[in-house]
Write a protein that binds this ligand. Structure first.
Ligand code: CA
Length: 244
């Protein structure tokens, strides 16, 4: 009888412990974020030609972006920090999943590129599959210059005759070109389960941003160094304006 009473006391206290643990467990919500390349609002794909609004045909072959300090912001002051560093490879139709606090938001913010505190790290100090790790070491110029924040590679066909006339190669990096991006977007994130969020980058604007158009004949390659810095800065300003 005594033994049975102890059993019930034990069982009840375990239920109390179990329930209190359950109460304290934070609710886990996931945000699946995707960046879709478009041109004038129409989705585009890598290795598939599309025509810019000035009639020039372009085909992109390789585009990726590093984003630092990605967060969701509400104008009333609340925010949800997603991740210190992410890499989006537009060759892969991928979503990246983040643990997130639910809520209503009005903006998405990030630093375009690798922030200075991470930019001069050795890829070997990260796990291989980390965005800054060995598997992405081809995105690194070495300690002094840091990571290539993003690449835009492809070809252009100036007279749209079906034959490409030259390559496009924009490798943008360097601490001076690390800039903040704020995308205005009103959206809600559920506090449980999964929420999808799709951002866009408009390549018609990357190349033909009003007042800052890229001339493919003279402005088709930059590695962000020396004489190439001005073109990298120009492309960077257009790219920042092209996220939506
Ligand atoms: Ca041509």
């Amino acid at each position: 009888m005594i033994r049975l009473r102890y059993f019930w006391i034990l069982a009840l206290s375990m239920m109390v412990i179990f329930n209190s643990c359950k109460d304290e467990e934070p609710q886990q919500a996931t945000l699946n974020l995707k960046i879709t390349p478009v041109s004038n609002g129409a989705p585009i794909a890598m290795n598939t030609p599309f025509t810019l609004s000035n009639g020039v045909r372009v085909q992109l072959s390789s585009v990726y972006f590093y984003l630092s300090d990605l967060q969701l912001i509400n104008d009333n002051g609340s925010s949800s920090y997603l991740q210190e560093i992410s890499i989006y490879d537009l060759e892969v139709d991928e979503k990246i999943a983040y643990n997130v606090d639910g809520g209503s938001f009005t903006n998405i913010s990030f630093g375009l590129g690798v922030k200075e505190t991470l930019n001069h790290e050795d890829p070997a100090t990260f796990e291989n599959d980390h965005p800054l790790g060995f598997n992405n070491s081809s995105n690194n110029w070495g300690w002094d210059n840091g990571y290539i924040f993003y690449t835009i590679e492809g070809q252009y066909d100036l007279d749209n005759d079906g034959t490409f006339d030259g390559p496009l190669l924009y490798h943008v990096g360097k601490d001076d070109l690390y800039k903040s991006v704020l995308i205005n977007r009103e959206f809600a994130v559920s506090s449980v389960g999964e929420t999808e969020l799709e951002l866009f980058i408009d390549f018609n604007k990357v190349f033909l941003n009003t007042g800052n158009q890229i001339d493919f004949i003279t402005e088709n390659v930059t590695h962000s160094s020396g004489d190439g810095f001005a073109l990298a800065n120009k492309i960077n300003n257009n790219v920042i304006a092209s996220f939506e």
